[in-house]
Design a protein around this ligand. Structure first.
Ligand code: AMP
Ligand code: ZN
Ligand code: ZN
Length: 410
C-alpha cells in the first residue's frame, strides 16, 4: 500500500501545483548554525552550490538583534522579533519574575515560562499534523503544554549522520504517523567559526562537511518521492576576531558597574545592565558615553526601534554594544576570553554589519529553480513554512508571507 502511495506521488508531483498538494506537503528545515551569507561563494561547497541553482536562494538573511543563536532560532520558528517572543538573548534577566535565563543552564532553559509565540510545530499540531525535531531551540520543552510529536533531548555529541538517518526513518513511517514538518540542527560551522575564525581553513573544512551532510540528505529525500520542500537556513554569520588581547574592552575599568547592578549579562559583544538603584544609571551612562569609540551605549528608551529589542521586563536599563571586531564585558569575561582565545564572534548589530547575515536556500518540487531573492529579515521564514503546510498563519506574528511567496511556483 505504502509503495503504491509513493509511486503515485512520484508520478504526479511534477505536474501538481502547491494548492493541489497543500494537504500533503512536507517541510524539512535544516539549520546550519553560524553559516555566514557568503560562505558558499567563499568556499564553493559542491552540493549547496548545486542546490542553489536547482532552487531559490536569498542574497542574505538579516537575523534579529542580537545576532545570537537562541533569539534567532526562536524567531525562525515563531515568526517574531525578540521583543515579542521573549527570548531576547542567550543569557538575560527578567525584572518581573526576578530570575535569570541562561541557554546553557538546562534546568532554566527547559522551563516554558520564558518562551512566547506559537512555534511552528505547535501550529502544525494544532491543525492536525505530526511534527518532529532533531534539535531546535524550544523543541524539548512543552511550550503551551506541547512538545513536537517526535523530539530529541539536545546532545551535541550525537553524530550528524544519525540526525539524517532519523529524518529518513521519520519520513518512512506509515502516513498516519509520518511527521509533515521536521527540523534539524547542526552546530559544526559555528563551532569552527568561534574557534578558528571565518577566514580559517578549519571553517572551510566545516563548511565542506556541512555541505556533504546536505548532499546526503538531499539525495535521500529524492528517493523518498514525497512532496518535500527542503529549507537550509542559518541563524547569523561570524566576524573575525584577532587577537582578543588587543580588541577586548573591559567596561568595569570605565564605569562603576559591579556594585550598582544586579550582576550584568554579557554575550561578549553586547552587555545589559539592570540597575539596583536607578539613580546610578546616569553616572554610569555618562562615563561609558565619554569613552564611546569601540562600542555604543544606549539607555533602554534609545535602543534603535528597528532592532525590536525593547521588552521592558527583560531588556536592561542600559545596553552596551560592541563594534566589530571588538569584544566587551567585565573582569570575569576578560579572564574567560583571554583563556579561550576566541577567533570568531557574532551578536553585533545585524542591520549595520553584513558579516552577521545568515543564509536561506529552498529546494523542492514547489520551488522555482535558479531563483534569487534579495536580502530579507529572518522572521519571514515562518509564514512560508506555514503556507507550504497549508496552515492558517497566526495574526500576531511579525513575518509576512508576501516576502517569500515569490519563490513558489504557481
Ligand atoms: P552561541 O554561539 O553562543 O550563540 O550558541 C551556540 C551554541 O548553542 C552551540 O554551540 C550549541 O551547542 C548551543 N545550542 C544550540 N541549540 C541548542 C539547544 N537546542 N539546546 C541547548 N544548546 C543549544
Ligand atoms: Zn548560532
Ligand atoms: Zn555561535
Amino acid at each position: 500500500m505504502r509503495d503504491k502511495f509513493i509511486w503515485f506521488w512520484a508520478f504526479l508531483m511534477p505536474f501538481m501545483s502547491l494548492a493541489q498538494t497543500k494537504q500533503n506537503n512536507y517541510v524539512v528545515m535544516v539549520s546550519l548554525d553560524g553559516f555566514r551569507h557568503d560562505y558558499v561563494k567563499k568556499f564553493n561547497p559542491p552540493h549547496l552550490s548545486k542546490l542553489i541553482k536547482e532552487g531559490a536562494s536569498a542574497q542574505s538573511v538579516i537575523p534579529v538583534y542580537p545576532s545570537k543563536t537562541f533569539p534567532n532560532h526562536y524567531s525562525i520558528v515563531t515568526g517574531m522579533y525578540a521583543n515579542k517572543h521573549g527570548l531576547i538573548d542567550n543569557p538575560f534577566y527578567d525584572t518581573e519574575i526576578e530570575a535569570v535565563y541562561s541557554s546553557s543552564n538546562r534546568e532554566v532553559s527547559l522551563d516554558p515560562k520564558w518562551y512566547g509565540g506559537t512555534p511552528l510545530w505547535q501550529l502544525a499540531q494544532g491543525q492536525g499534523l505530526k511534527t518532529a525535531s532533531f534539535f531546535w531551540v524550544g523543541s524539548e520543552l512543552p511550550i503551551k503544554g506541547q512538545y513536537p510529536t517526535y523530539h530529541k533531548k539536545y546532545d551535541p555529541a550525537i553524530p550528524n549522520q544519525e540526525r539524517i538517518d532519523q529524518t529518513v526513518a521519520w519520513l518512512s513511517l506509515p502516513e498516519a504517523e509520518r511527521p509533515r514538518l521536521i527540523t534539524l540542527y547542526f552546530s559544526l560551522v559555528d563551532d569552527a567559526g568561534h574557534r578558528y575564525g571565518p577566514d580559517s581553513p578549519e571553517v572551510k573544512q566545516a563548511v565542506l562537511q556541512a555541505d556533504s551532510l546536505v548532499g546526503k540528505l538531499q539525495n535521500a529525500l529524492k528517493n523518498i518521492a514525497l512532496p518535500i520542500t527542503l529549507l537550509i537556513v542559518s541563524d547569523h554569520g561570524m566576524e573575525q576576531i584577532n587577537p582578543v588581547q588587543e580588541y577586548f574592552v573591559n567596561l568595569e575599568k570605565i564605569a562603576d558597574l559591579r556594585d550598582t547592578t544586579i550582576n550584568f549579562f554579557s554575550n561578549a559583544v553586547h552587555t545589559q545592565f539592570y540597575f539596583k538603584d536607578k539613580t546610578k544609571i546616569d553616572k554610569a551612562y555618562q562615563d561609558l558615553k565619554k569613552n564611546e569609540k569601540n562600542y555604543t551605549v544606549f539607555l533602554r528608551k534609545d535602543i534603535p526601534k528597528h532592532w525590536h529589542y525593547n521588552l521592558p521586563t527583560r531588556t536592561g536599563d542600559m545596553l552596551v554594544v560592541a563594534k566589530p571586531p571588538y569584544l566587551i564585558g567585565g573582569n570575569h569575561a576578560e579572564k574567560k576570553m583571554y583563556k579561550e582565545q576566541t577567533r570568531g564572534q557574532h551578536g553585533y548589530d545585524p542591520y549595520t554589519y553584513k558579516n552577521m547575515h545568515a543564509i536561506f536556500y529552498a529546494w523542492g518540487a514547489h520551488i522555482k529553480p535558479n531563483f534569487a531573492l534579495p536580502t530579507f529579515e529572518i522572521v519571514h521564514i515562518y509564514p512560508l513554512v506555514a503556507h507550504l503546510l497549508g496552515l492558517d498563519i497566526p495574526k500576531d506574528i511579525d513575518g509576512k508571507l508576501k516576502v517569500l511567496k515569490k519563490i513558489l511556483k504557481k
